[in-house]
Write a protein that binds this ligand. Structure first.
Ligand code: SF4
Length: 182
């Protein structure tokens, strides 16, 4: 999408868009004493990352960080919306890396150690996620690979075990042809 300037939508893209519509409405709300902020912009210059959190929850906690807007100390939880829980290892790894990048940026902006979780719409459940130093190393490597690709302007090759059936880009990418003629 970035290097080839291609874009395509399908059922799954639009389903995810509808799910994110409420999360991205850029509003705040109070729920049972907790505050919810949506579409929160975060960054970390050291990692050279910028992004938008679906949802950030603020829960009163004397050990948490001070939030001027709400006049007190709060524990922060990042909530990333997903339509369904994937069983595929490479997809769940990609989701975890996305959430870790969000956490790095939110920790930097709010000078705290945020909790992080996925909210799976199909089971209506939050699943907390913990990260290790190995995860951070993996993310650094991924970011470097992305930078290298952008700098060289080359689209990464299709992976042998890449799962493409639900991908909106498959009529442009033609993964089976790409693998056959690789
Ligand atoms: S069709 Fe497969 S290889 Fe191509 S962009 Fe989609 S998931 Fe990636």
């Amino acid at each position: 999408m970035r290097i080839g300037c291609d874009w395509s939508e399908n059922f799954f893209v639009n389903k995810a868009k509808l799910l994110h519509e409420r999360a991205d409405s850029n509003t705040s709300a109070s729920l049972r004493g907790k505050y919810i902020e949506r579409s929160v912009r975060v960054y970390d210059d050291e990692w050279d990352l910028f992004g938008v959190l679906d949802c950030l929850q603020f829960e009163r906690d004397p050990r948490g960080c001070f939030i001027q807007k709400y006049g007190g100390n709060f524990r922060l939880t990042i909530i990333e919306y997903k339509p369904s829980q994937t069983k595929r290892e490479n997809a769940s790894f990609a989701d975890r890396m996305q959430l870790l990048a969000q956490k790095i940026c939110a920790d930097h902006v709010f000078r705290t150690n945020c909790d992080a979780c996925f909210y799976y719409a199909d089971i209506k459940k939050r699943v907390p996620v913990a990260f290790s130093e190995e995860d951070k190393t993996a993310l650094r490597q991924i970011i470097q690979k992305i930078r290298d690709r952008i700098e060289s302007g080359t689209i990464p090759p299709v992976q042998k075990k890449q799962y493409c059936s639900g991908c909106s880009m498959k009529d442009i990418c033609l993964p089976k042809v790409a693998i056959r003629y690789a």
